[in-house]
Design a binder for this molecule. Structure first.
Ligand code: NAD
Length: 357
């Protein structure tokens, strides 16, 4: 029987509640599909600051490196808002991404049919369903480039640098092309090549990789401003989008909000190997922590992504996604509640998904 070792980074706020539900669902899926999962917990974020004085203790990195994959809840909260920047919970997030070499961030923006009314877009724009995957480069570009301050003409000035090397672009392009092969066969590369030199290299490199290695994929290019507009004008034209760190940060938030419900959105961050870090896109929701109101579905769907992309258990992943889709027909946590549905707690939602599995 196959056995997987997973590190749980429960984090802060609602993190522990939602990860507990995802673990329950993973165990149920394991039982049904004939594999076992063992878990090890490690500290990240505010809870790590409280226990170890830093948001990312070295042993957390070691545990994650040794595991098959990592499931993260969320980090942060008002308690740590006043600590210095490099010691904030969010610094732990950036640190773990760097330490694990997580260069590719996958953000599906999918509308479950049952939640169509939650989308801010009109029904005729969404159509029957919507399923976009945004692939964002995560460890390069302007967030990691040289930055600083200097005096220009007697005034204080600041700068940040956007830089990408050919190998950095090639590896994220390959992730996106492979993703398009598994999905609808279409990839849109997003840049600002009319202005930025780094974007011109990006575009040329993605086009070359497409021509040489993935001639089966239909590749298109869009400028980032146009892409932002097209996402709300005609989102159905997109299958997979690949873009740089900063553009992906913005576009993946825009794309995911088309689904209208932050508690439903999963994400994955992948390294060169098979392992990855899987987490909901929302934060630690300190306003509802401990009340039972948290929606665990984004974390449960993140666990499903883990099964698909890191653990080679696509049938278990599909079964979880189908169970989530099914449960939405009758039960809702308060954030996605509509009249006529049964309102359930975080724990009850986890139980219902397990029941359907
Ligand atoms: P948030 O995503 O935590 O919450 C925004 C709103 O959405 C809140 O009203 C919250 O109650 C609601 N919400 C979020 N997730 C929900 C869920 N699963 N179920 C039901 N409702 C949910 O964003 P915020 O309030 O801006 O940030 C709170 C803290 O989280 C901050 O400390 C922030 O830095 C941190 N944060 C962490 C991550 C992460 O760990 N990846 C991401 C974003 C924000």
């Amino acid at each position: 029987m196959k056995s997987y070792q997973i590190v749980l980074l429960k984090g802060d706020g609602i993190g522990p509640e939602i990860v507990t539900q995802a673990v329950k669902v993973l165990d149920r899926a394991a039982g049904r599909f004939g594999f076992t999962v063992s878990y090890d917990e490690a500290l990240l974020g505010g809870c790590a600051i409280d226990a170890a004085g830093v948001p990312l203790p070295p042993e957390t990195i070691e545990k994650c490196k040794a595991a098959d994959s990592t499931l993260l809840g969320a980090v942060g909260g008002p308690k740590w808002d006043t600590v210095p920047g490099n010691l904030r919970p969010e610094a732990g997030l950036l640190g773990i991404r760097g330490a694990l070499g997580l260069f590719a961030n996958l953000r599906p923006a999918r509308i479950f049919e049952q939640l169509r009314e939650a989308s801010p877009l009109k029904a005729e724009i969404i159509g029957d369903d919507l399923d976009i995957m945004v692939v964002r480069e995560l460890t390069g570009g302007i967030y990691f480039g040289e930055r600083g301050r200097r005096t220009v003409n007697g005034f204080e000035a600041a700068y940040d640098t956007e830089m990408y090397s050919v190998p950095e672009i090639e590896r994220i392009a390959r992730v996106a092309f492979r993703m398009a092969q598994k999905r609808g066969g279409r990839l849109c590369s997003v840049d600002k090549a009319n202005v930025l030199e780094s974007s011109r290299l990006w575009r040329a490199t993605v086009e070359r990789i497409g021509k040489e290695e993935y001639p089966d994929i239909e590749l298109s290019n869009l400028y980032v401003d146009n892409c932002a507009m097209q996402l709300v004008r005609n989102p159905k034209q997109f299958d997979v989008i690949v873009t740089s760190n900063i553009f992906g940060d913005i576009l993946s938030d825009e794309a995911s909000m088309i689904s209208g419900s932050i508690g439903m959105l999963a994400s994955a961050s992948l390294s060169e190997g098979k392992s990855g870090l899987y987490e909901p896109i929302h934060g630690s929701a300190p306003d509802i922590a401990g009340t039972g109101k948290a929606n665990p579905l984004a974390t449960i769907l993140s666990a499903a992504m883990m099964l698909r992309y890191s653990l080679d258990e696509p049938q278990a992943a599909q079964a979880i996604e189908d169970a989530v889709s099914e449960v939405l027909k009758t039960a809702r946590t308060p954030d996605i509640y509509t009249e006529g549905m049964r309102q359930v707690t975080c724990e009850e939602m986890g139980d219902l998904v397990c029941g359907l599995l």
